[in-house]
Design a protein. Structure first.
Length: 171
């Protein structure tokens, strides 16, 4: 099902940056998945689900390649994590994603009972962790995830900006 480049950038080596926080480490992992999406002509968004230091699932945007509007990076990572865990609920897990989740992804994250969401850059058009709406703060919902935004924000924003600049230049 996945036709991604076989190698991830060297930023994922265990010794890449010993001073980096765990959040930065895993966000670099998500950035590598975003690069895979860009290489496949998709909007560069990558995600990884981690629990107790172990990768449960990872994914990159693939709605064009899969002809599936739900194939966002977060959903891809959640599907892989649920399959590995053998459960659609992922308590205690953290989802790292390079772009603030949209409403669809926020709903999937909440239904999966993910404990924490760490995102790189805000999405002023569809962001659902505070940019447009904040579904994670909606008190009427029965689950809430802790949200942390801005981790490696400059790198995440630059990756998306470069992708769209290249597309504009090509057209």
């Amino acid at each position: 099902m996945r036709n991604w480049p076989d190698t991830l950038p060297a930023t994922l080596t265990a010794s890449a940056d010993n001073a980096a926080t765990e959040d930065e480490r895993w966000m670099r992992h998500a950035l590598a998945w975003a690069a895979r999406a860009a290489a496949a002509g998709e909007v560069p968004v990558g995600a990884v689900v981690v629990r107790a230091g172990e990768v449960l699932g990872e994914g990159a945007n693939a709605p064009i390649r899969l002809a599936d509007p739900t194939a966002h990076a977060e959903v891809q990572a959640l599907r892989a994590a649920a399959a590995k865990a053998g459960n659609y609920r992922l308590p205690g897990a953290t989802l790292y994603v390079t772009l603030e989740p949209c409403a669809m992804c926020a709903g999937a994250i909440l239904h999966a009972r993910v404990a924490r969401v760490v995102y790189g850059t805000r999405d002023p058009k569809t962001g659902s962790a505070g940019s447009v709406i904040d579904l994670f703060a909606e008190t009427r919902l029965n689950h809430h995830a802790q949200i942390e935004g801005g981790v490696l924000q400059a790198e995440c924003a630059a990756q998306i900006s470069a992708f769209f600049a290249a597309r504009r230049a090509a057209s």
